[in-house]
Design a protein around this ligand. Structure first.
Ligand code: ADP
Ligand code: MG
Length: 286
């Protein structure tokens, strides 16, 4: 079971769109995938038409210790794709859980129990809220991997230093196995000079961490959730579907999940790409 936080404290950068469609693409490639909605706005849950009624099992009751992941997870219309949905109750969670002992490890503990169960998936994608509070912290502590969606816009890099700093501190203090899996560019427009310039800048900063497939701006991706569908059900031939399929392939390969690759070593890159750690040096990583 590999857990990936899809995180960026900025809203509207494509986190939820990426979680829904990468999850569907990975499930269609034969992996068992669970999506978890950690955003009190519940956009992911609404997109799958699975928002629980108040009090019903949800990510909120999960973090409150009243339900297990197995209680909360529901199948979607895509085979192999499950969702742990949330509702607006989660809005109060950050304050309610603030005084809880071990408040940062609530999700990690719940997932550790789930990992031992027969129905445990291969991949869990965590859709994080647009903030770096307790919910995002729970996601980062429970994950081995981090995927950062960014918009190909002028402000793409703004806030990135703060996010990388939080990741580094979580890695040092709470979760040594946290690694940056990639930076994913969404809302890319080839016609716009600005988009191209931003991608060049991201390449300079992040090198191979930048996922080579850029997700193009495609109105179908914005329409699909209002029909309760992933892009592969709504418009399987559109550029958005092609892009997310390619990105999913790249992620599966970085996670060491590619079926035709014999090596099981995941090709993850250290957060400190410029300063290889002793472990990486020992392993002979680049
Ligand atoms: P976040 O979860 O980071 O807030 P969303 O995934 O909800 O971001 O995306 C923000 C808005 O942009 C949504 O309305 C979504 O449908 C739209 N969107 C995301 N990616 C694309 C894309 N590649 N092309 C067109 N619209 C997109
Ligand atoms: Mg979102």
């Amino acid at each position: 079971m590999q857990v990936i936080s899809v995180i960026n404290q900025k809203g509207g950068v494509g986190k939820t769109t990426s979680v829904a469609n990468l999850g569907a693409a990975l499930a269609m490639a034969g992996h068992q995938v669970l999506l978890m909605d950690l955003d009190p706005q519940a956009h992911l849950s609404i997109a799958f038409d699975r928002m629980p009624s108040p009090g019903d099992p949800s990510v909120y009751t999960l973090l409150g210790g009243n339900h297990s992941v197995a209680d909360v997870a529901q199948p979607t219309n895509v085979e192999g794709l499950w969702i742990a949905p949330t509702n607006l109750d989660l809005t109060g969670a950050e304050t309610e859980l603030a005084a809880e002992i071990g408040r940062e490890i609530l999700l990690k503990s719940a997932l550790a129990t789930y990992a031992k169960e027969e129905q445990a998936p291969d991949i869990i994608l965590l859709d994080c809220p647009p903030s770096l509070g307790l919910l995002s912290l729970n996601a980062l502590v429970a994950s081995e991997h981090v995927l950062i969606p960014v918009q190909a816009e002028f402000f793409a890099l703004q806030g990135m230093a703060q996010l990388l700093d939080v990741l580094e501190r979580v890695k040092q203090r709470l979760n040594p196995s946290l690694d940056l899996l990639g930076i994913l560019v969404g809302l890319y427009s080839k016609q716009r000079n600005l988009s191209r310039e931003v991608v060049e800048e991201l390449k300079e900063h992040f090198g191979n961490l930048l996922i080579p497939t850029l997700v193009r701006t495609n109105v179908r991706l914005a329409e699909a959730p209002s029909h309760g569908l992933t892009i592969f059900e709504y418009a399987p031939q559109c550029p958005g579907a092609q892009d997310f399929k390619e990105v999913a392939k790249e992620l599966a390969s970085r996670l060491g999940l590619t079926k035709d690759v014999a090596s099981s070593a995941p090709a993850v890159v250290s957060l400190e790409a410029s300063k290889p750690s002793a472990t990486e040096a020992e392993l002979g990583a680049e």
